[in-house]
Design a protein around this ligand. Structure first.
Ligand SMILES: Nc1nc2c(ncn2[C@@H]2O[C@H](COP(=O)(O)OP(=O)(O)OP(=O)(O)O)[C@@H](O)[C@H]2O)c(=O)[nH]1
Ligand SMILES: [Mg+2]
Length: 397
Protein backbone atom coordinates (compact mmCIF):
# COMPACT_ATOMS: atom_id res chain seq x y z
CA UNK A 1 0.00 0.00 0.00
CA UNK A 2 1.37 3.41 -1.02
CA UNK A 3 0.83 6.31 1.38
CA UNK A 4 1.48 9.93 0.44
CA UNK A 5 0.72 13.39 1.83
CA UNK A 6 -0.77 16.07 -0.41
CA UNK A 7 -1.02 19.81 0.25
CA UNK A 8 -3.40 22.26 -1.36
CA UNK A 9 -5.15 25.54 -0.63
CA UNK A 10 -8.53 23.88 -0.25
CA UNK A 11 -9.78 20.42 0.69
CA UNK A 12 -11.37 20.10 -2.73
CA UNK A 13 -8.06 20.74 -4.47
CA UNK A 14 -6.30 18.29 -2.19
CA UNK A 15 -8.86 15.56 -3.00
CA UNK A 16 -8.38 16.36 -6.69
CA UNK A 17 -4.63 15.92 -6.35
CA UNK A 18 -5.19 12.62 -4.54
CA UNK A 19 -7.42 11.40 -7.36
CA UNK A 20 -4.91 12.49 -10.00
CA UNK A 21 -2.06 10.68 -8.33
CA UNK A 22 -3.75 7.57 -6.95
CA UNK A 23 -6.88 7.41 -9.05
CA UNK A 24 -10.28 6.48 -7.74
CA UNK A 25 -9.02 3.66 -5.50
CA UNK A 26 -7.45 6.14 -3.10
CA UNK A 27 -8.33 6.05 0.58
CA UNK A 28 -7.99 9.28 2.51
CA UNK A 29 -6.42 8.45 5.85
CA UNK A 30 -6.31 11.84 7.53
CA UNK A 31 -6.79 15.54 6.94
CA UNK A 32 -5.52 18.57 8.78
CA UNK A 33 -5.11 22.26 8.35
CA UNK A 34 -1.69 23.82 8.84
CA UNK A 35 0.38 26.93 8.04
CA UNK A 36 2.18 26.96 4.68
CA UNK A 37 5.92 26.44 4.95
CA UNK A 38 7.67 29.74 5.69
CA UNK A 39 4.32 31.62 5.62
CA UNK A 40 2.68 31.25 9.03
CA UNK A 41 -0.32 33.37 8.05
CA UNK A 42 -1.24 31.30 5.02
CA UNK A 43 -3.32 28.21 5.77
CA UNK A 44 -3.15 25.07 3.64
CA UNK A 45 -4.89 21.72 3.86
CA UNK A 46 -2.84 18.56 4.21
CA UNK A 47 -4.39 15.26 3.16
CA UNK A 48 -2.74 11.90 3.70
CA UNK A 49 -4.01 9.26 1.32
CA UNK A 50 -3.25 5.68 0.45
CA UNK A 51 -3.64 3.57 -2.66
CA UNK A 52 -4.21 -0.13 -1.92
CA UNK A 53 -2.50 -0.89 -5.22
CA UNK A 54 -1.44 1.41 -7.98
CA UNK A 55 -4.86 2.22 -9.33
CA UNK A 56 -3.31 3.35 -12.58
CA UNK A 57 -1.61 0.02 -13.11
CA UNK A 58 -4.86 -1.81 -12.32
CA UNK A 59 -6.87 0.45 -14.56
CA UNK A 60 -4.29 0.29 -17.35
CA UNK A 61 -3.48 -3.38 -17.16
CA UNK A 62 -4.52 -4.61 -20.54
CA UNK A 63 -3.62 -8.13 -19.53
CA UNK A 64 -6.30 -8.36 -16.82
CA UNK A 65 -8.95 -10.97 -17.30
CA UNK A 66 -12.17 -9.66 -18.94
CA UNK A 67 -14.24 -10.41 -15.84
CA UNK A 68 -11.68 -8.58 -13.73
CA UNK A 69 -11.89 -5.50 -15.96
CA UNK A 70 -15.65 -5.52 -15.68
CA UNK A 71 -15.48 -5.66 -11.89
CA UNK A 72 -12.90 -2.86 -11.90
CA UNK A 73 -15.16 -0.73 -14.11
CA UNK A 74 -18.11 -1.27 -11.77
CA UNK A 75 -15.93 -0.52 -8.76
CA UNK A 76 -14.58 2.61 -10.45
CA UNK A 77 -18.11 3.85 -11.23
CA UNK A 78 -19.10 3.30 -7.60
CA UNK A 79 -16.04 5.19 -6.44
CA UNK A 80 -16.82 8.08 -8.75
CA UNK A 81 -20.28 8.25 -7.22
CA UNK A 82 -18.86 8.20 -3.69
CA UNK A 83 -16.29 10.89 -4.50
CA UNK A 84 -19.01 13.00 -6.03
CA UNK A 85 -21.02 12.66 -2.81
CA UNK A 86 -17.99 13.66 -0.77
CA UNK A 87 -17.39 16.70 -2.95
CA UNK A 88 -21.04 17.75 -2.64
CA UNK A 89 -20.85 17.28 1.12
CA UNK A 90 -17.69 19.41 1.30
CA UNK A 91 -19.30 22.11 -0.83
CA UNK A 92 -22.38 22.18 1.38
CA UNK A 93 -20.21 22.31 4.53
CA UNK A 94 -18.11 25.09 3.04
CA UNK A 95 -21.17 27.09 2.03
CA UNK A 96 -22.45 26.92 5.62
CA UNK A 97 -19.27 28.47 7.02
CA UNK A 98 -18.38 32.15 6.99
CA UNK A 99 -15.93 32.51 4.09
CA UNK A 100 -13.00 33.81 6.17
CA UNK A 101 -13.18 30.86 8.58
CA UNK A 102 -14.00 28.24 5.98
CA UNK A 103 -10.87 26.19 6.42
CA UNK A 104 -10.45 26.78 10.14
CA UNK A 105 -13.71 25.06 10.95
CA UNK A 106 -13.12 21.94 8.92
CA UNK A 107 -12.09 19.96 11.97
CA UNK A 108 -15.64 19.63 13.20
CA UNK A 109 -16.67 18.19 9.87
CA UNK A 110 -13.93 15.59 9.76
CA UNK A 111 -16.08 13.00 11.49
CA UNK A 112 -18.73 13.25 8.77
CA UNK A 113 -16.08 13.00 6.12
CA UNK A 114 -14.51 9.99 7.77
CA UNK A 115 -17.80 8.15 7.55
CA UNK A 116 -18.08 8.89 3.87
CA UNK A 117 -14.46 7.98 3.32
CA UNK A 118 -15.03 4.66 4.99
CA UNK A 119 -17.46 3.92 2.25
CA UNK A 120 -14.65 4.68 -0.15
CA UNK A 121 -12.48 2.28 1.79
CA UNK A 122 -15.08 -0.43 1.39
CA UNK A 123 -15.59 0.25 -2.32
CA UNK A 124 -11.90 0.66 -2.84
CA UNK A 125 -11.28 -2.77 -1.56
CA UNK A 126 -14.00 -4.22 -3.71
CA UNK A 127 -11.47 -4.02 -6.58
CA UNK A 128 -10.10 -6.98 -8.45
CA UNK A 129 -6.75 -7.67 -6.89
CA UNK A 130 -7.40 -6.92 -3.22
CA UNK A 131 -10.94 -7.49 -2.10
CA UNK A 132 -12.17 -6.58 1.36
CA UNK A 133 -15.15 -8.66 2.43
CA UNK A 134 -18.10 -6.44 3.47
CA UNK A 135 -18.00 -8.04 6.94
CA UNK A 136 -14.33 -7.02 7.23
CA UNK A 137 -15.33 -3.50 6.15
CA UNK A 138 -17.87 -3.45 8.97
CA UNK A 139 -15.17 -4.34 11.50
CA UNK A 140 -12.93 -1.55 10.18
CA UNK A 141 -15.83 0.92 10.34
CA UNK A 142 -16.68 -0.07 13.91
CA UNK A 143 -13.03 0.45 14.94
CA UNK A 144 -12.89 3.84 13.21
CA UNK A 145 -16.01 4.88 15.14
CA UNK A 146 -14.28 3.67 18.29
CA UNK A 147 -11.34 6.03 17.71
CA UNK A 148 -8.69 3.69 16.32
CA UNK A 149 -6.06 5.56 14.36
CA UNK A 150 -6.65 5.62 10.59
CA UNK A 151 -3.08 4.64 9.72
CA UNK A 152 -3.28 1.57 11.94
CA UNK A 153 -6.70 0.76 10.45
CA UNK A 154 -5.29 1.00 6.97
CA UNK A 155 -2.71 -1.64 7.96
CA UNK A 156 -5.42 -3.84 9.47
CA UNK A 157 -7.58 -3.41 6.40
CA UNK A 158 -4.66 -4.46 4.23
CA UNK A 159 -4.14 -7.48 6.44
CA UNK A 160 -7.82 -8.52 6.37
CA UNK A 161 -8.00 -8.07 2.61
CA UNK A 162 -5.26 -10.67 2.15
CA UNK A 163 -7.23 -13.35 4.00
CA UNK A 164 -9.15 -15.95 2.06
CA UNK A 165 -12.88 -15.36 2.57
CA UNK A 166 -14.53 -17.68 5.13
CA UNK A 167 -16.12 -20.79 3.65
CA UNK A 168 -19.86 -20.59 3.04
CA UNK A 169 -20.57 -23.73 5.07
CA UNK A 170 -18.38 -22.61 7.96
CA UNK A 171 -20.13 -22.56 11.34
CA UNK A 172 -18.63 -19.11 12.04
CA UNK A 173 -20.31 -16.09 10.49
CA UNK A 174 -18.12 -13.81 8.32
CA UNK A 175 -18.65 -11.04 10.91
CA UNK A 176 -17.31 -13.16 13.76
CA UNK A 177 -14.54 -14.56 11.58
CA UNK A 178 -13.17 -11.13 10.57
CA UNK A 179 -13.69 -9.72 14.03
CA UNK A 180 -11.63 -12.58 15.51
CA UNK A 181 -8.86 -11.92 12.99
CA UNK A 182 -8.94 -8.22 13.79
CA UNK A 183 -8.74 -9.01 17.52
CA UNK A 184 -5.73 -11.28 16.96
CA UNK A 185 -4.03 -8.64 14.78
CA UNK A 186 -4.63 -5.95 17.39
CA UNK A 187 -3.32 -8.13 20.21
CA UNK A 188 -0.09 -8.51 18.25
CA UNK A 189 0.37 -4.74 17.94
CA UNK A 190 0.61 -4.20 21.71
CA UNK A 191 3.48 -5.21 23.94
CA UNK A 192 3.44 -5.50 27.72
CA UNK A 193 6.26 -4.41 29.96
CA UNK A 194 8.02 -7.11 32.02
CA UNK A 195 7.24 -7.25 35.74
CA UNK A 196 9.38 -5.05 37.97
CA UNK A 197 11.19 -7.99 39.49
CA UNK A 198 14.03 -7.80 42.01
CA UNK A 199 17.44 -7.74 40.37
CA UNK A 200 19.75 -10.41 41.79
CA UNK A 201 21.98 -8.59 44.24
CA UNK A 202 20.90 -5.16 43.07
CA UNK A 203 18.27 -2.46 43.22
CA UNK A 204 15.65 -1.97 40.54
CA UNK A 205 15.13 1.79 40.16
CA UNK A 206 11.93 2.88 38.40
CA UNK A 207 11.27 6.56 37.80
CA UNK A 208 7.83 7.91 36.86
CA UNK A 209 7.89 10.86 34.48
CA UNK A 210 5.21 12.65 32.50
CA UNK A 211 3.05 15.71 32.09
CA UNK A 212 1.81 17.64 35.13
CA UNK A 213 -1.31 16.17 36.69
CA UNK A 214 -1.09 12.87 34.76
CA UNK A 215 -1.27 11.02 38.07
CA UNK A 216 2.41 10.12 38.64
CA UNK A 217 2.42 10.56 42.43
CA UNK A 218 -0.93 8.78 42.78
CA UNK A 219 0.29 5.83 40.72
CA UNK A 220 3.56 5.73 42.64
CA UNK A 221 1.68 5.49 45.95
CA UNK A 222 -0.52 2.70 44.60
CA UNK A 223 2.50 0.77 43.32
CA UNK A 224 4.49 1.30 46.53
CA UNK A 225 1.58 -0.12 48.53
CA UNK A 226 1.04 -3.07 46.18
CA UNK A 227 4.73 -4.04 46.04
CA UNK A 228 5.36 -3.53 49.73
CA UNK A 229 2.17 -4.87 51.31
CA UNK A 230 1.08 -7.54 48.82
CA UNK A 231 4.42 -8.68 47.40
CA UNK A 232 6.46 -8.03 50.57
CA UNK A 233 9.14 -6.18 48.62
CA UNK A 234 11.49 -3.81 50.43
CA UNK A 235 10.50 -0.52 48.80
CA UNK A 236 12.14 2.90 48.90
CA UNK A 237 10.17 5.92 47.69
CA UNK A 238 12.28 8.80 46.40
CA UNK A 239 10.66 12.14 45.67
CA UNK A 240 12.70 14.18 43.21
CA UNK A 241 11.18 17.60 43.34
CA UNK A 242 13.33 20.67 43.06
CA UNK A 243 10.39 23.04 43.27
CA UNK A 244 7.44 22.03 45.45
CA UNK A 245 8.37 20.81 48.89
CA UNK A 246 4.69 20.31 49.72
CA UNK A 247 4.42 17.64 47.04
CA UNK A 248 7.23 15.67 48.72
CA UNK A 249 5.47 16.01 52.05
CA UNK A 250 2.37 14.18 50.79
CA UNK A 251 4.52 11.26 49.70
CA UNK A 252 6.46 11.33 52.94
CA UNK A 253 3.22 11.04 54.94
CA UNK A 254 1.92 8.22 52.75
CA UNK A 255 5.24 6.38 53.07
CA UNK A 256 5.05 6.76 56.85
CA UNK A 257 1.53 5.36 56.96
CA UNK A 258 2.62 2.31 54.97
CA UNK A 259 5.92 2.01 56.82
CA UNK A 260 7.88 2.40 53.62
CA UNK A 261 11.36 3.98 53.46
CA UNK A 262 11.31 7.54 52.03
CA UNK A 263 13.85 10.09 50.79
CA UNK A 264 13.49 13.46 49.09
CA UNK A 265 16.11 14.87 46.73
CA UNK A 266 16.31 18.26 45.07
CA UNK A 267 19.26 17.63 42.72
CA UNK A 268 19.76 14.62 40.39
CA UNK A 269 23.28 14.20 41.78
CA UNK A 270 21.84 13.34 45.22
CA UNK A 271 20.33 10.06 43.99
CA UNK A 272 23.45 7.79 44.11
CA UNK A 273 24.04 8.58 47.80
CA UNK A 274 20.37 7.85 48.61
CA UNK A 275 20.56 4.53 46.77
CA UNK A 276 23.72 3.46 48.52
CA UNK A 277 22.31 4.44 51.95
CA UNK A 278 19.30 2.19 51.24
CA UNK A 279 20.96 -0.79 49.64
CA UNK A 280 18.71 -3.17 51.53
CA UNK A 281 15.74 -1.85 49.49
CA UNK A 282 15.41 -3.92 46.33
CA UNK A 283 12.79 -1.71 44.65
CA UNK A 284 13.20 2.05 44.37
CA UNK A 285 10.30 4.13 43.04
CA UNK A 286 11.24 7.67 42.05
CA UNK A 287 8.53 10.32 41.68
CA UNK A 288 9.14 13.41 39.57
CA UNK A 289 7.00 16.50 39.14
CA UNK A 290 5.50 18.10 36.10
CA UNK A 291 6.89 21.59 36.51
CA UNK A 292 6.03 24.83 34.74
CA UNK A 293 9.41 25.06 33.05
CA UNK A 294 10.48 24.76 29.46
CA UNK A 295 10.34 21.24 28.09
CA UNK A 296 14.08 21.07 27.46
CA UNK A 297 14.79 21.90 31.08
CA UNK A 298 12.66 18.98 32.25
CA UNK A 299 14.53 16.61 29.98
CA UNK A 300 17.93 17.99 31.02
CA UNK A 301 17.10 17.31 34.68
CA UNK A 302 15.96 13.81 33.91
CA UNK A 303 18.98 13.11 31.70
CA UNK A 304 21.17 14.13 34.64
CA UNK A 305 19.24 11.77 36.89
CA UNK A 306 20.04 8.98 34.46
CA UNK A 307 23.72 9.92 34.26
CA UNK A 308 24.05 9.95 38.04
CA UNK A 309 22.28 6.57 38.45
CA UNK A 310 22.49 4.58 35.20
CA UNK A 311 20.29 1.78 36.55
CA UNK A 312 17.25 4.10 36.57
CA UNK A 313 14.45 3.13 34.18
CA UNK A 314 11.95 5.76 33.06
CA UNK A 315 8.23 5.05 32.73
CA UNK A 316 6.01 7.61 31.09
CA UNK A 317 2.72 8.23 32.91
CA UNK A 318 -0.13 9.59 30.81
CA UNK A 319 -3.72 10.51 31.49
CA UNK A 320 -6.16 8.65 29.26
CA UNK A 321 -8.44 11.68 29.62
CA UNK A 322 -6.07 13.71 27.39
CA UNK A 323 -6.64 14.08 23.66
CA UNK A 324 -4.60 11.99 21.23
CA UNK A 325 -2.34 14.83 19.96
CA UNK A 326 -1.40 15.75 23.55
CA UNK A 327 -0.53 12.13 24.33
CA UNK A 328 1.41 11.85 21.12
CA UNK A 329 3.54 14.92 21.76
CA UNK A 330 4.23 13.78 25.34
CA UNK A 331 5.60 10.47 24.03
CA UNK A 332 7.63 12.30 21.39
CA UNK A 333 9.08 14.65 24.01
CA UNK A 334 9.99 12.02 26.59
CA UNK A 335 11.11 9.34 24.12
CA UNK A 336 14.64 10.83 24.05
CA UNK A 337 15.07 9.60 27.61
CA UNK A 338 14.51 6.00 26.58
CA UNK A 339 11.05 5.19 27.90
CA UNK A 340 10.69 1.61 29.17
CA UNK A 341 6.92 1.62 29.46
CA UNK A 342 3.74 3.64 29.27
CA UNK A 343 1.30 3.77 32.19
CA UNK A 344 -2.18 5.16 31.55
CA UNK A 345 -4.18 6.74 34.38
CA UNK A 346 -7.76 7.98 34.66
CA UNK A 347 -9.17 5.14 32.60
CA UNK A 348 -12.17 5.22 34.95
CA UNK A 349 -13.11 8.59 33.47
CA UNK A 350 -13.99 7.16 30.08
CA UNK A 351 -13.01 3.50 29.80
CA UNK A 352 -11.83 4.62 26.38
CA UNK A 353 -8.94 2.39 25.39
CA UNK A 354 -8.61 3.45 21.74
CA UNK A 355 -5.79 5.90 22.44
CA UNK A 356 -4.09 3.43 24.74
CA UNK A 357 -3.98 1.09 21.75
CA UNK A 358 -3.09 3.84 19.26
CA UNK A 359 -0.20 5.24 21.28
CA UNK A 360 1.14 1.82 22.35
CA UNK A 361 0.99 0.43 18.81
CA UNK A 362 2.25 3.56 17.09
CA UNK A 363 5.29 4.09 19.33
CA UNK A 364 5.97 0.41 20.03
CA UNK A 365 6.46 1.12 23.74
CA UNK A 366 5.26 -1.61 26.14
CA UNK A 367 2.35 -0.87 28.48
CA UNK A 368 2.91 -1.36 32.22
CA UNK A 369 0.01 -0.18 34.42
CA UNK A 370 -3.52 1.15 34.18
CA UNK A 371 -4.77 3.59 36.81
CA UNK A 372 -8.48 2.99 37.17
CA UNK A 373 -9.49 5.57 39.78
CA UNK A 374 -8.16 8.02 42.36
CA UNK A 375 -8.44 5.62 45.31
CA UNK A 376 -5.27 4.42 47.02
CA UNK A 377 -4.04 1.74 46.82
CA UNK A 378 -6.51 -0.39 44.89
CA UNK A 379 -7.30 1.54 41.71
CA UNK A 380 -4.49 0.11 39.64
CA UNK A 381 -4.01 -2.97 37.50
CA UNK A 382 -1.19 -4.44 35.50
CA UNK A 383 -1.64 -3.63 31.85
CA UNK A 384 -2.75 -6.46 29.61
CA UNK A 385 -3.33 -6.71 25.88
CA UNK A 386 -6.60 -8.52 26.46
CA UNK A 387 -7.92 -5.67 28.63
CA UNK A 388 -7.22 -3.13 25.88
CA UNK A 389 -8.71 -5.14 23.05
CA UNK A 390 -11.77 -6.35 24.94
CA UNK A 391 -12.61 -2.78 25.94
CA UNK A 392 -12.27 -1.61 22.34
CA UNK A 393 -14.52 -4.40 21.05
CA UNK A 394 -16.97 -3.89 23.90
CA UNK A 395 -16.52 -7.40 25.19
CA UNK A 396 -16.52 -6.35 28.83
CA UNK A 397 -18.20 -3.77 31.05
N1 LIG B 1 -10.22 9.58 38.30
C1 LIG B 1 -8.92 9.39 38.46
N2 LIG B 1 -8.18 10.36 39.02
C2 LIG B 1 -6.86 10.14 39.16
C3 LIG B 1 -6.23 8.93 38.75
N3 LIG B 1 -4.91 9.05 39.02
C4 LIG B 1 -4.73 10.26 39.57
N4 LIG B 1 -5.89 10.92 39.67
C5 LIG B 1 -6.12 12.27 40.18
O1 LIG B 1 -5.43 13.19 39.35
C6 LIG B 1 -4.98 14.30 40.11
C7 LIG B 1 -3.47 14.51 39.86
O2 LIG B 1 -2.78 13.39 40.34
P1 LIG B 1 -1.25 13.47 40.81
O3 LIG B 1 -0.86 12.09 41.19
O4 LIG B 1 -1.03 14.53 41.78
O5 LIG B 1 -0.57 13.89 39.42
P2 LIG B 1 0.97 14.14 39.15
O6 LIG B 1 1.27 13.60 37.80
O7 LIG B 1 1.78 13.61 40.27
O8 LIG B 1 1.01 15.73 39.10
P3 LIG B 1 2.30 16.67 39.25
O9 LIG B 1 3.08 16.18 40.42
O10 LIG B 1 1.72 18.02 39.44
O11 LIG B 1 3.04 16.57 37.96
C8 LIG B 1 -5.28 13.96 41.57
O12 LIG B 1 -6.47 14.64 41.92
C9 LIG B 1 -5.53 12.46 41.57
O13 LIG B 1 -6.43 12.03 42.57
C10 LIG B 1 -7.07 7.91 38.15
O14 LIG B 1 -6.63 6.82 37.71
N5 LIG B 1 -8.38 8.21 38.04
MG1 LIG C 1 3.09 14.54 41.62
Amino acid sequence: MQVKTFEAVSFKDAVKAVKQEFGNDAVILSTREKSAEGRPNVKVVEVTAAAANSSRSIAGASTSAASGNQAAAVSSAKLDAVFERIQKRIESLESRLPSSRRLENLEGSVHDLKLLLLEVLRHNNAGVEQSLHPAAGDVIRMLLHGGIDETLLSKLSNNLSKLAAPKQDSSTSPEAWYRDHAIRWMLKQISISPRWESLPGGQAVHCLVGPAGAGKSTLLCKLAAQFSVREKRKVLIVSYDAVRLAASEQLRVYAKVLDIRFAAIQQPGELPAVLSRNQDCDLVLVDTTGRPVKQMQILEDLQQLKSSAPSVEFHLVLSAAEKAPVLDSAVRMYSNLGIRSLAFNKLDESWQFADVFNIGAKWGVPLSFFGTGPELPDDVERASRERVVEQIFGLSR
